[in-house]
Design a protein around this ligand. Structure first.
Ligand SMILES: Nc1ncnc2c1ncn2[C@@H]1O[C@H](COP(=O)(O)OP(=O)(O)O)[C@@H](O)[C@H]1O
Ligand SMILES: [Mg+2]
Ligand SMILES: [Zn+2]
Length: 290
């Protein structure tokens, strides 16, 4: 049995229950229960944009040993959600993000992204999905040192052979939207960590992907810069209605996310809930614009 909201596998009936149309739905917490109860119809008719069921990932070591990292991870994310992932180091958060982003493959289990079972996709289809539908933001920024800010932002289109004036125009607009209009000709070395991460965020939005995955985007930044980066992501999320998953230890994120899902030993353990309900209300949520 799975929690309809966060997707966590439940061991059986829980005390968090909603009865609807003669069926009982069970949840991990009051948070998921209340979120479901507030909009049952939307939940029942919306397919998760990301769905993992019973995902295992075990790394085989050269020495013959094996490290189990994901141990039956089940999780759902709906279109337009902003979800935070928290959990101790080594609990499998990055591994899960890499699998969702198709940068890594599970040892077993089911992964659906945008309605497609990714185990059934060819390498070409996967790389297409990765470049069109998913934007990545990493802790280390991962900018190309020899390229200027605007060229780094243009990169996801340049790779697809689209480096024309349209691309350049969009890249400038994106740089302006992250507050870096004046830095367009600067190389990564000439920018602060916060500025580099803004460039990386603009790059993640370049192909207008429905999904943004940010793995500890503020892990290398001081706390005041971190706050600004999180605010920027939340602001872009509200404007563009992307689906965003952020791995972070920054409590600032928790106050904006719809769900704060905690990992432990390669599984989802709990939804810690949310602080500011006002910004994530599903009412007025523009599904068509996702
Ligand atoms: N390529 C790999 N080979 C072997 N072990 C790995 C590999 N990648 C990650 N691990 C191990 O998997 C565990 C979980 O890693 P990770 O997903 O990065 O956790 P988190 O992001 O939550 O800190 C860690 O113990 C790490 O050492
Ligand atoms: Mg990690
Ligand atoms: Zn839940």
């Amino acid at each position: 049995m799975f929690d309809f909201v966060c997707g966590m596998e439940l061991e059986g009936e829980t005390e968090f229950r909603v009865a609807s149309a003669g069926r009982d739905y069970f949840f991990c917490s009051t948070h998921c229960r209340d979120e479901f109860a507030a909009d049952v119809e939307t939940f029942l008719k919306t397919e998760p944009i990301i769905a993992l069921e019973g995902v295992h990932k075990t790394y085989e070591l050269g020495s013959g040993g094996a490290v189990p990292v994901l141990r039956g991870l089940s999780m759902r994310v709906y279109p337009g959600d902003l979800v935070a992932l928290v959990g101790p180091s080594g609990s499998g958060k990055s591994t899960a993000m890499n699998i969702i982003g198709t940068l890594d493959t599970p040892t077993s289990g089911r992964v659906r992204v945008l309605g497609k079972d990714i185990s059934g996709l060819s390498e070409t289809a996967l790389s297409d999905l990765r470049s069109k539908d998913i934007g990545f933001v990493f802790q280390q920024f991962n900018l190309i040192p020899s390229l200027t800010a605007i060229e780094n932002v243009m990169l996801p289109r340049m790779i697809r052979g689209q480096a024309g004036p349209e691309t350049k125009k969009r890249a400038s607009e994106l740089l302006a939207s992250v507050g870096l209009a004046a830095r367009s000709g600067h190389r990564p070395m000439q920018m602060s960590g916060g500025e580099q991460q803004r460039v990386a965020i603009a790059r993640a939005f370049m192909n207008d992907p429905p999904i943004i995955l940010a793995d500890e985007p503020t892990g290398n930044l001081d706390s005041s810069t971190s706050g600004k980066i999180i605010d920027l992501l939340v602001d872009l999320w509200q404007k563009h209605r992307k689906t965003i998953i952020i791995v972070t230890h920054d409590p600032h994120v928790a106050s904006h996310a719809m769900r704060v899902l905690s990992f432990e030993d390669g599984r989802l353990m709990r939804n810690h809930g949310l602080a500011e309900k006002s910004i994530w209300s599903r009412r007025g949520h523009d599904k068509a614009g996702v």
